[in-house]
Design a protein around this ligand. Structure first.
Ligand code: GMT
Length: 378
């Protein structure tokens, strides 16, 4: 198959899923064309069957806002015609699904029917999508995609209720490549002294992640046992968290590591992962932690409970209930045998979401969509 993939190139989960899926399809022998405004961070362009096409937005002084969707639609048309794409898969509805609709219309004028798959990831529905400024265009582009998938049952239900959507939405959960997580304690001493538990949080440090709750829960943990908190990623709430840690007198125990390419290695030395988000359609970061055998203490919002099983792979609590989260964390960490059981169950749970079980579902979807299009074309 010749597959086009459109996604955000940054560290966010939707971009990671788009990139990992494309690389998986390329390893299966399909030709995969990534279309974005810069090279996706996890993309290995040196692998066979991978092509990268950059969307260039012309900077013209008349525009206060550059028309990225237009440039993206044009690029999709260009790549489709040049490389004879069979299907295009857009990740994150805004603005990708809308741009894909336009590309499809332009191609139709040239008698080229291109099926479009839209995968909804979360805030494209729950935060940004339902904002009145975008609502109508998001609803329209969902209704006009050939197939729509969502990364969790919870997000599917949110989409149906926020937009009063009548069409079918297929749930294909996010996945993790478990081969990336290998036990290796060699870098543990870089971050923690003997006997200290390592607590980790990974995110883009936006408000929705409730970063102050991460610090509050960690404060509870460190009052009960020696521990350090590793904060991976970057974003607007980082300085607030640093100040909070200083005010609590625990600044020396909270280490901000910024955007690092060593996430897998750091997860492999972690004892517990914290994700107390306000909303989280899936929680890929939690799944990746579980892939490394790390139990998760999270909020119970959105799709998190579909990933992190309360009392089995970690604990979940209501958004903002840092007391419950702190108690759950201490309960897991205070007993080595119990911690080991949580670790094993977290890893086992992650196996349900292994790329080897979820990847073929996307392959089957692409094949189905392409076969259907061929039938329509007669
Ligand atoms: O968080 C976002 O704004 C967007 C998005 C991203 O690109 O990271 O995150 C969403 O998609 C991820 C991948 O499917 C999910 O694991 C995250 O739960 C989801 N974020 C939210 O729902 C807040």
């Amino acid at each position: 198959m010749n597959i086009g993939i459109v996604g955000y190139p940054t560290y966010g989960g939707s971009g990671v899923v788009a990139t990992e899926l494309g690389m998986y399809m390329a390893r299966q022998g399909h030709k995969v064309h990534f279309i974005s405004y810069s090279q996706p961070v996890r993309l290995d362009v040196l692998e066979p069957n991978i092509y990268y096409h950059e969307v260039n937005v012309q900077d013209y002084p008349l525009f206060e806002y550059q028309p990225y969707e237009l440039a993206l639609s044009s690029k999709m048309v260009h790549v489709t015609l040049k490389y004879n794409l069979d299907v295009i898969h857009v990740h994150y509805a805004i603005p990708h699904a809308y741009a894909a609709y336009m590309a499809r219309q332009i191609l139709k004028e040239q008698n080229y029917d291109l099926p479009v798959i839209t995968t909804l990831h979360g805030t494209d529905i729950t935060l940004v999508g339902k904002n009145p400024s975008y609502r109508e265009a998001v609803k329209f582009s969902i209704n006009h995609s050939t197939v729509v998938t969502s990364v969790s049952e919870s997000l599917k239900q949110d989409t149906i209720s926020f937009f009063n959507i009548k069409r079918e939405i297929e749930v294909i959960p996010n996945f993790v490549d478990l081969s990336l997580y290998k036990p290796d304690e060699s870098c543990k001493n870089n971050f923690a002294s003997a006997g200290e538990k390592i607590i980790t949080h990974v995110s883009n440090f936006r408000k929705v992640k409730r970063i102050p709750d991460v610090i509050t829960v960690f404060d509870h943990i460190q009052k009960n046992m020696p521990a350090v908190l590793l904060m991976l990623g970057d974003g607007p709430e980082k300085e607030i968290a640093r100040k909070q840690a200083q005010d609590l007198g625990i600044a020396d125990k909270v280490k901000f590591l910024g955007k690092t390419s060593e996430v897998e290695r750091i997860l492999c030395i972690s004892d517990l992962f914290l994700l107390p988000s306000e909303t989280e359609s899936f929680g890929l970061a939690a799944l990746e932690a579980m892939g490394a055998g790390v139990p998760v203490v999270s909020s119970n919002t959105g799709g998190l409970e579909e990933v992190n099983l309360h009392g089995i792979t970690g604990y979940t609590a209501a958004v903002g209930n840092t007391d419950e989260m702190g108690k759950g964390a201490v309960h897991i960490l205070e007993n080595e045998e119990r911690l080991m059981e949580f670790r094993q169950r977290a890893r086992q749970r992650a196996e349900h979401f292994s790329i080897h079980s979820i990847g073929p579902r996307y392959t089957a979807l692409y094949e189905r969509v392409i076969a259907h299009q061929k039938e329509l074309n007669g």
